[in-house]
Write a protein that binds this ligand. Structure first.
Ligand SMILES: NC(=O)C1=CN([C@@H]2O[C@H](COP(=O)(O)OP(=O)(O)OC[C@H]3O[C@@H](n4cnc5c(N)ncnc54)[C@H](OP(=O)(O)O)[C@@H]3O)[C@@H](O)[C@H]2O)C=CC1
Ligand SMILES: CC(=O)N[C@@H](CCC(=O)OP(=O)(O)O)C(=O)O
Length: 305
C-alpha cells in the first residue's frame, strides 16, 4: 500500500531533510508542488486534500494560517513549527516521553513535533520529575549548543556567506520560544533559566542541565531512572559517561534519529550535569517528523530512519 504525503515548506531546511528520508521509500508517494505553486494557497490546499498526511515545515505564522484554512477538512497533520506544542487539540509528538503517547499519535489528527532543544531537555527531565527525583519547583538552568542549521535557511546563509563566523549565546532575556513546551511537558512549576548558543558548525546539538544540588551518590539513581524509562527504545539510549571521551562532540549523532542521554558528575562530592546529545535536524526535527509519520500510518516507526 502506498501512502501519500505532502510536505508544506518542502524546500526549507526541515522540509528538505524530511523529503530526503522519504524519497527512497516505495511505501510513500510524495505530493509535490513546483516553485511557482509552493506558496499558492489554493494549490497547497489541493495537495493537502490529496495526501493521507500533511507535514508543515513552515514558520509559525504560516503554520497557524494554513491550519485555519484546513479547518473541517479532516486532513491529518504533523506540524514541525512551535505553533501547536502546548495546544490541547494537538498530540505532543514525542512517543518515547510517556506510555500511551505513541497510541495517541497513531490515532491523532493533529501531531506537533517537539522543538530541538526541547527534545533534549524534556527527554532528560520528564522521567526524573515524574518519578519525584527532581521536584517540580526546583530552580533549574538549561544550557545548550546548536549547529547553525537550527536557525533555518536564513542562519545557514549568514554562516555560509561569511557574514557571521562566530559562536554566540542568545535568548538571554528568557523569552525563548521553547520554554513554554519545556515547562508544560516536563511538568515544572518554576520557570527554568534557558541559555542556548550557536557554534560555527552546521548540525548537531548538546543540551545540558546542571544539578549543583545533587548529594554525593545520588547520580546513579538518576541514571537508573532514565535507563528504566527508555528501556527498549529504538532511538533513545541512556549511556554511561565513559561512552564519550574527555570531550563530547555535539555532531556525533548527525544524520541519525538518535538521542543519547547521560548523567555526569563526581559521586563523591555530589553535583552532576545531565546531558542530551542529538542531531537538531534528526531527532530534533526531520527524523522525529518521519518517526511520527510512520506511527500515524501504522507502520514500523523505524522505517527510513
Ligand atoms: N532548523 C531546525 O533545526 C528546526 C526547525 N524547526 C521548525 O520547522 C519549521 C521550518 O523551519 P526551517 O526548515 O528551519 O525553516 P526554513 O526557513 O529553512 O524553511 C521554511 C520554508 O517555508 C517556506 N515558507 C514560508 N512561508 C510559507 C508560506 N506561506 N507558504 C509556503 N511555504 C512557506 C519558506 O519559503 P522560502 O524558501 O521562499 O523562504 C521555506 O522554504 C519552523 O517552524 C522551525 O521553527 C523545528 C525543529 C528544528
Ligand atoms: C539555532 C537556532 O536559532 N535555533 C532555533 C531553534 C530551532 C528551531 O527551529 O526550533 P523549533 O523546533 O522550535 O522550530 C531558535 O533558537 O529559535
Amino acid at each position: 500500500m502506498t501512502h501519500k504525503v505532502f510536505i508544506d515548506g518542502e524546500v526549507g531546511t526541515t522540509g528538505l531533510q524530511i523529503r530526503a528520508r522519504l524519497e527512497g521509500r516505495d511505501d510513500i508517494r510524495l505530493v509535490t508542488l513546483g516553485e511557482a505553486e509552493r506558496k499558492d494557497t489554493g494549490a497547497r490546499l489541493a495537495a493537502f486534500a490529496e495526501a493521507d498526511v500533511g507535514i508543515l515545515c513552515l514558520p509559525d505564522a504560516a503554520a497557524v494560517e494554513i491550519v485555519a484554512q484546513l479547518a473541517g477538512t479532516g486532513t491529518r497533520l504533523i506540524d514541525a513549527s512551535t505553533a501547536h506544542r502546548v495546544d490541547p487539540d494537538w498530540v505532543f509528538g514525542f512517543p518515547e516521553m510517556d506510555s500511551g503517547l505513541r497510541d495517541r499519535i497513531a490515532s491523532g489528527q493533529f501531531v506537533s513535533n517537539p522543538g530541538c532543544y526541547s527534545t533534549g531537555a524534556i527527554a532528560l527531565l520528564h522521567p526524573l520529575v515524574k518519578r519525584g527525583l527532581i521536584a517540580a519547583e526546583t530552580p533549574l538552568a538549561i544550557n545548550a549548543i546548536s549547529g547553525y542549521s537550527g536557525g533555518g535557511k536564513a542562519m545557514i546563509a549568514e554562516f555560509q556567506s561569511g557574514q557571521t563566523d562566530g559562536p554566540f549565546v542568545y535568548a538571554t532575556d528568557q523569552r525563548h520560544k521553547h520554554l513554554p513546551e519545556i515547562i508544560a511537558h516536563v511538568g515544572l512549576s518554576r520557570r527554568p533559566v534557558f541559555v542556548p548558543s550557536v557554534g560555527p558548525y552546521e548540525q548537531g546539538m548538546i543540551v545540558q542541565v546542571p544539578l549543583p544540588f545533587l548529594e554525593p551518590g545520588e547520580s546513579a539513581g538518576l541514571h537508573a531512572a532514565l535507563a528504566e524509562h527508555y528501556a527498549g527504545s529504538a532511538f533513545v539510549s541512556v549511556v554511561k559517561p565513559d561512552h564519550y571521551g574527555a570531550r563530547i562532540d555535539p555532531r556525533r549523532l548527525n544524520d541519525t534519529n538518535r538521542l543519547e542521554l547521560s548523567v555526569h558528575g563526581n559521586p563523591d562530592t555530589g553535583g552532576a550535569v545531565l546531558i542530551a546529545l542529538l542531531d537538531n535536524l534528526g531527532k530534533g526535527a526531520s527524523g522525529a517528523a518521519v518517526q511520527n509519520l510512520n506511527i500515524m500510518l501504522g507502520l514500523d516507526e523505524t522505517l527510513g530512519l
